[in-house]
Write a protein that binds this ligand. Structure first.
Ligand code: ADP
Ligand code: MG
Length: 270
């Protein structure tokens, strides 16, 4: 079933200006993220995964391009409106577990606060969610009393409570052993079944396996998309396509002959 897009990126570019020059972290990303679907974002370190996720979650603005989430064009909002949309509709899990948490709140208080910010009077799903993630016995503990893995699961619970339209998670299983990683991924699947869209940056093969679709990033560009057993190369808005590294080796001069047939295109070394 193909659902309505929970988020859309159109020509998203991200440039960071640093003391040593410009970093072109995203070079024009076009993608849809569907409601009720889990999208994996995979790519080597530095390929732009976190930059893309932060922009989707409204935590950072694109240098150019447009982002819509939950029917709202967030790239055009002012800071206050953006904060409202982010609180109500978007959940985000930072890569570093401690970054998700407030040092003086207990686990249960985190979930109560997150539910309230999302517009719910009570955190009704909190007990079930903590149970499913194996942190129920930690509900009265502070972040510093939790292990890294427990902090990560609490950060995740806080991002999903109250049913945001889109949950963006940056390597959410990185700190987890395989059993608690599996419990978290099972929760992702269950919440996706109820309609939440998930975008998960990951190196974890188990997380890629539960994704409905996987996007492959390299050097800030999407080069391939995989859905089921079908892998497709991505053609960007300017008509560019990235050759896989194995194919690229056939073109040491970086020049290619292109022959257009009736129903195929052949790319060969000159
Ligand atoms: P990934 O999550 O795939 O490792 P990132 O999105 O973190 O990739 O980074 C993409 C590129 O942008 C890298 O070259 C990284 O060094 C650079 N980058 C990321 N964040 C910043 C920043 N705040 N300032 C400057 N450069 C950054
Ligand atoms: Mg990253």
């Amino acid at each position: 079933m193909r659902a309505e897009a929970a988020a859309t990126c159109l020509g998203v570019v991200k440039i960071y200006w640093t003391a040593t020059g410009e970093v072109h972290a995203l070079k024009g990303i076009d993608a849809d993220f569907l409601g009720g679907a889990v999208t994996g974002v995979v790519g080597p370190s530095g390929s732009g995964k976190s930059s893309l996720l932060r922009i989707l979650a409204g935590l950072d603005r694109p240098t150019a391009g447009r982002v819509r989430t939950g029917g709202v064009e967030i790239s055009g909002l002012g800071p206050r409106q953006l904060r409202r949309v982010r609180r109500r509709m978007l959940g985000y899990v930072f890569q570093r577990p401690a970054d998700n948490l407030i040092p003086y709140l207990t686990a249960e208080e985190h979930l109560r606060l997150a539910a309230r910010l999302r517009g719910h009077r009570r955190a009704e799903e909190a007990p079930e969610l903590m149970e499913a993630l194996g942190i129920a016995h930690r509900r009265h503990h502070l972040p510093r009393q939790l292990s890294g893995g427990e902090q990560q699961r609490l950060g995740f619970a806080q991002a999903v409570i109250g049913g945001p339209a889109l949950v963006v998670a940056d390597e959410p299983t990185a700190e987890l052993d395989s059993a608690s990683g599996a419990a978290l991924l099972e929760t992702v699947r269950e919440l996706a079944r109820r309609g939440t869209a998930f975008v998960v940056a990951t190196h974890d093969p188990a997380a890629v396996r539960i994704a409905d679709r996987t996007l492959y990033l390299r050097h800030g560009a999407l080069h391939a998309e995989e859905e089921g057993d079908r892998q497709l190369a991505v053609i960007d808005a300017s008509g560019r396509i990235q050759l896989p590294p194995r194919a690229l080796r056939m073109f040491p001069d970086r020049r290619a002959r292109i022959r257009i047939g009736d129903d195929d295109v052949r790319i060969t070394p000159p």
